[in-house]
Design a protein around this ligand. Structure first.
Ligand code: ADP
Length: 753
């Protein structure tokens, strides 16, 4: 069984179950006091139930009393001033001294205020009277730490410096820097510790160690402090805030009680005091500075505040260093991108530009295999699944992913079929170019078996309740626990995913540009076609005149000099006349053909039944004479076309069907089939048929398969004209035929919907 897979499944379920409301615990850590106050008069609305011990007043004596019961008017005035600030937390900590108490005199506190909606919270932490000295010392330490941070030249050295400096300031047994991976598992990237302790450096901690809600609170607060995990929680009285009637939201409180689960976790680790500083990047929890002490230890607010500041500085430095270190990969990728665009533009089929050169699309995202699926064609490069497997995968992607890009480093955990493809496809990036056409670029990475050192077996963190539901239960052992991870590839880096996304835009723009170029070529072609038509028209028109002359003069010769010429001379003249006649026919055909390109189509909705009837009327003499039988099984549809020209197509095809027919019973069938957007018409005969090698040639102008007089003669322009008309309508024309048995001519037209 594969543990990592199993563990991930547990994690998925837990996210649903583990929603412990850690921000409303209803109690605080008892080393301080919490009060909620009603503004503006500062009446005490709620208190923690440990006031007797720290302030000398029972909670009942404080509730609904003015704050002036505790502090003198000067201090209250200062506090009110602070409350008028836009960000009241800036004032923290506010030095407060108890004005008198029944048990003790002149107790000093750090007052920490925060306001959430209309709820004002004041927390009091008892302070050491000599704290000013202490603070001065720490101020120097922070200054030193900052200057060291700024000289650090790598990501790792920043982490190491901050671990060392924070530990110097707060004197904890162990300070670690964690970084979270994509799955929110933490890895210890730097550590400073007391000598006698075992190192945690390089260990991984499962994401379950910080459940989602805790993660949220961590990303809202820069610092979390628990001086003694064995504290007795001090309950808040009354539990609900009298104005909001809600349990008190303590997300921003410094004394907030710790979740029992977390306490158990720390207890199992042997830790008594912790301080955690968040490292935040773009509002996302990037890592933590986790400080552990193995006996209770209090750190005054101001020092915590300084550490918080160091955390913020570290976040900035780490982010910029990490970006620097990433940037060299980014530069390589940029140059690959530029080259790919160049290659794509140069190739007629842009896909060859992606796969046939160096670098190719594999280099773009550091993949071992890639497949470009474009218009039902598959182009493979490197190590990939086979065509059938790719087709199945695309089907699955199409059904399951709606985004332009989808990527995973563990394909088989979501698409079990991929387990047998692990050696080529444990990791996948699927980039959709167009979903409707199933156009995709897929990149693959093989399985990379990895050993992960966990701080204890992560699957021990989850227990199954009696009812089968899952709950977090901190593991007992944090001993090194090695796990071998299977069926996973190296993870895709964010810049690789972005490079893939950029390729999408590049492909689209190259394809669009190519379409544009094609359109320009078409315009060019149309223009030269028109010129050719004009030339053919003028040439044939001008040729006709001398031809007429030759014809007439030949006639004159026969008429006026017929008696002088012998039989042979007369026969030659008659041939001359016949040839001029034929030449005139050819020129007329050419004229008709060239005229076609010069007149605009008159497109209308046309009932082809009327058109066909008129043609059959015109051909009736020939039909009768040959005894041909014309069958039309069902009425023809209405189409959008030029009535006269499409009439000419039918007329040509029907004439040919009768003409090239040596059967006694000549049969001609006219019909059509329909697809979603087009109608395909056909004219079928049982005539002489055409050999396959002539299927294309017969559509060329003046191409005849027989001697001029056979089968009633002809110029060989009829099918060329039909082809031109059909193509001008955006359709196609072709023939299917069995030599000796008959032919069927097909042509398509757009449907009227
Ligand atoms: P034409 O009929 O004037 O020769 P077409 O362009 O209409 O010119 O036809 C070109 C050639 O194609 C014909 O000469 C003939 O050899 C062949 N052909 C056309 N239609 C048929 C048909 N229905 N059956 C057999 N051959 C045909």
């Amino acid at each position: 069984m594969n543990i990592s897979k199993n563990y991930n499944l547990l994690q998925l379920d837990l996210n649903k179950h583990e929603q412990e409301p850690i921000h409303v615990p209803g109690s605080i850590q008892s080393h301080g006091i919490l009060l909620t106050l009603k503004e503006p008069e500062l009446t005490i609305l709620q208190v923690s139930d440990n006031t007797q011990h720290l302030l000398g007043f029972s909670p009942e004596k404080l509730l609904n009393q003015p704050l002036s019961k505790l502090f003198d008017s000067e201090q209250i005035e200062f506090l009110v001033d602070c409350l008028h600030q836009e960000t009241i937390e800036i004032a923290n900590p506010i030095e407060l001294t108890l004005q008198s108490s029944e048990s003790a005199a002149n107790l000093s506190f750090d007052g920490i205020i925060n306001r959430q909606m209309e709820v004002l919270i004041l927390e009091l932490e008892p302070t050491n009277p000599e704290k000013n000295n202490v603070y001065f010392k720490f101020y120097n330490l922070v200054k030193q730490a900052l200057s060291k941070l700024q000289t650090a030249n790598s990501f790792t050295s920043i982490s190491e410096i901050i671990a060392k400096e924070v530990r110097k300031i707060i004197k904890f047994d162990r300070v670690m820097v964690y970084k979270f991976d994509e799955d929110n598992n933490g890895i210890v990237i730097a550590e400073d510790k007391a000598e006698n302790l075992t190192s945690y450096l390089g260990l991984h901690y499962p994401s379950l160690d910080i459940p989602p809600l805790a993660r949220k609170v961590f990303s809202q607060n820069w610092l979390r402090f628990i001086p003694n995990i064995d504290y007795q929680p001090a309950a808040i009285i009354p539990t609900h805030h009298p104005l909001t009637n809600e349990p008190l939201d303590l997300s921003r409180s410094v004394l907030r009680s710790v979740s029992p689960c977390h306490i158990e976790y720390l207890h199992n680790m042997g830790v008594k005091a912790t301080m955690t500083i968040s490292l935040i990047r773009n509002n996302k929890l990037w890592g933590l500075i986790a400080c552990h002490h193995y006996t209770p230890k209090y750190v005054p607010y101001e020092i915590r505040h300084a550490c918080e500041f160091l955390g913020q500085m570290t976040s900035l430095e780490l982010v910029s260093k990490e970006e620097n270190e990433d940037s060299k990969y980014k530069i390589t990728i940029k140059s690959v991108q530029t080259k790919l665009v160049e290659y794509m533009s140069a190739e007629e089929n842009f896909i060859y530009g992606l796969i046939n050169y160096q670098p190719n699309i594999l280099n773009l995202v550091n993949a071992q295999g890639a497949v470009v699926c474009f218009e039902d064609e598959f182009y493979f490069v490197g190590n990939t699944p086979n065509k059938q497997q790719i087709q199945n995968l695309i089907k699955w992607i199409n059904q399951n992913c709606n985004e332009e890009i989808f990527y995973t480093d563990s394909l088989s955990s979501i698409y079990p079929e991929a387990e047998k493809l692990k050696d080529v496809a444990s990791g996948l990036i699927a980039l959709s170019i167009s979903k409707t056409h199933n156009n995709y670029v897929l990149w693959f990475r093989p399985e990379e078996v990895q050993t992960v050192n966990w701080g204890g077996d992560p699957s021990e963190s989850v227990k199954v309740n009696e009812d089968g539901s899952l709950r977090l239960s901190p593991r007992k052992s944090f001993e090194l626990w090695k796990q071998t991870v299977h069926l996973k590839s190296l993870p895709w880096q964010p810049w690789e995913v972005n490079a893939a996304l950029d390729l999408r835009s590049a492909i689209i723009s190259v394809v669009l540009r190519k379409i544009d170029e094609l359109a320009k070529l078409n315009i060019e072609l149309e223009r030269s076609n028109q010129e050719l038509d004009a030339f053919a028209y003028i040439a044939s028109h001008d040729l006709k005149e001398p031809l007429r002359g030759i014809h007439n003069y030949s006639n004159f010769l026969i008429e006026d000099y017929g008696e002088i010429l012998n039989e042979e001379g007369k026969a030659k003249l008659r041939t001359l006349i016949r040839l001029t006649q034929r030449m005139e026919d050819l020129i007329d055909s050419l004229l008709r053909f060239s005229r076609l390109g010069r007149v605009d189509l008159l497109l209308q909705q046309i009932d082809l039944n009327i058109v066909l009837q008129r043609i059959l009327d015109l051909l009736s003499a020939r039909i009768e004479e040959t005894g041909a039988v014309i069958n039309i099984h069902r009425p023809l549809p209405i189409v959008y076309c030029d009535r006269i020209q499409i009439g000419e197509v039918f007329s040509n095809l029907i004439t040919n069907a009768i003409k090239y027919n040596d059967k006694v019973e000549k049969l001609v069938e006219i019909g059509y089939t329909e697809a979603s957007e087009t109608v395909t018409f056909y004219v079928k005969d049982n005539g002489i048929g055409i050999r396959e090698k002539h299927f294309e040639a017969i559509f060329r102008i003046f191409k005849r398969l027989h001697s001029p007089n056979k089968y009633g003669g002809g110029t060989g322009a009829g099918l060329t004209i039909a082809k031109k008309i059909v193509e001008r309508h955006g359709g196609k024309i072709w023939v299917e035929s069995t030599y000796g048995e008959g032919s069927t001519f097909y042509f398509t037209l757009q449907k009227v919907n």
